[in-house]
Design a protein around this ligand. Structure first.
Ligand code: ASP
Length: 325
């Protein structure tokens, strides 16, 4: 597939070659979210595009309100992702894609930039909001990642909302599964993620997905792998990725954004641009998008897929909600 590079900044730092460009104001809070990268967003009809943007706007409002009221970045990330998980428009929670066996296996992770605490779940089948279960793994166990039946059992023990597999059945995902099976193509649109900086100076990141349509049973993507699909460290940034997960795992993409900032002192826009154009080869399945909020409140949202559902806002009043370039 021919991939077109595009990028979109929520603050005026487009093509900045140094870290701070013109705008030296430090945002007191900042938030960015995505609903997955892929050209399919542009193929929706006008009503569907409007509904998608409206859902992004609602999610953004949820997160922004928490941050403006002095709430934590972790709460903002979790609540924004829960909203997107509950909306069948996105490939996470309710709208999770079908795997090759006609079932649904969901992945999610969350990370606290204060101390690199993190939690993740992979391959859960009965959990309405995997992001909240990931947070429970982080806060109530000594582990980082629970998978499969054990993760579902943990969900039951913790009393989180459970659903049966029919809850995840949607006509749209079913049709996509049929098309993908026939055409042997890939489909990875709709994963959701959120990154935030709160007024206390703390960063958090989270990602949640149904994975790839027609994926093998048991397949785990980058979204629940800390350092691949999600990363947060107060010293650098918070990152959430979307795209063909195998390539994000191979290249430790989310951590690479942070490492480039920490060790190479690379401006975040440049770091993400290089990763999406050089590290990931869009002609070889290296398709995807990355959203970042830095410890200074800078936001960058970039993708090499022609489109990515996304939204961002910060305390300076800048705001963006978009699908295409
Ligand atoms: N990264 C997800 C995965 O590979 C899919 C996506 O972001 O669309 O599971």
């Amino acid at each position: 597939m021919k991939a077109v590079f595009s990028l979109c900044m929520a603050i005026p730092l487009l093509h900045a070659s140094s870290g701070l460009a013109e705008n030296h104001e430090t945002a007191r809070y900042a938030i960015a979210l995505h609903g997955g990268a892929g050209r399919d967003w542009l193929e929706l009809d006008a009503n569907e595009q409007a509904a998608t943007k409206e859902s992004l706007r609602q999610a953004l409002t949820i997160g922004k309100t928490i941050l403006a009221d002095g709430g934590t970045s972790l709460d903002a990330v979790e609540q924004v992702i829960r909203h997107l998980e509950n909306d069948p428009l996105f490939n996470a929670g309710r709208g999770a894609v079908f795997n090759c066996a006609g079932g649904h296996e969901l992945d999610a992770s969350i990370m606290d930039g204060r101390d690199r605490a993190c939690g993740a779940v992979a391959g859960v089948k009965t959990v309405k909001n995997p992001i909240s279960l990931a947070r429970l793994v982080m806060q109530e166990t000594r582990h980082v990642l629970l998978s499969g039946d054990g993760a579902d059992l943990f969900a039951k023990e913790k009393g989180v909302d459970l659903v049966d597999q029919e809850y995840f059945w949607t006509q749209r995902r079913y049709d996509t599964w049929q098309r993908v099976k026939q055409q042997q193509t890939d489909d990875h649109q709709g994963t959701v993620g959120c990154v935030a900086l709160d007024k206390h100076g703390n960063l958090a990141a989270g990602t949640s997905t149904g994975g790839l349509t027609n994926k093998l049973y048991g397949r785990v993507g980058d979204s629940p792998i800390v350092g691949a699909g999600t990363f947060a460290d107060n010293k650098t940034c918070a990152v959430s990725c979307t795209g063909v997960g195998e390539n994000f795992i191979r290249n430790a993409i989310a951590y690479d954004v942070s490492a480039r900032m920490a060790y190479k002192k690379q401006p975040v826009e440049e770091a993400v641009h290089e990763i999406l154009t050089k590290t990931l080869d869009a002609s070889k399945d290296g398709l995807g998008g990355i959203i970042v909020v830095t410890h200074e409140g800078k936001i960058t949202m970039q993708f090499n897929t022609g489109a990515m559902a996304r939204a961002s806002a910060d305390s300076t009043g800048s705001m963006e909600i978009a699908l295409g370039e």
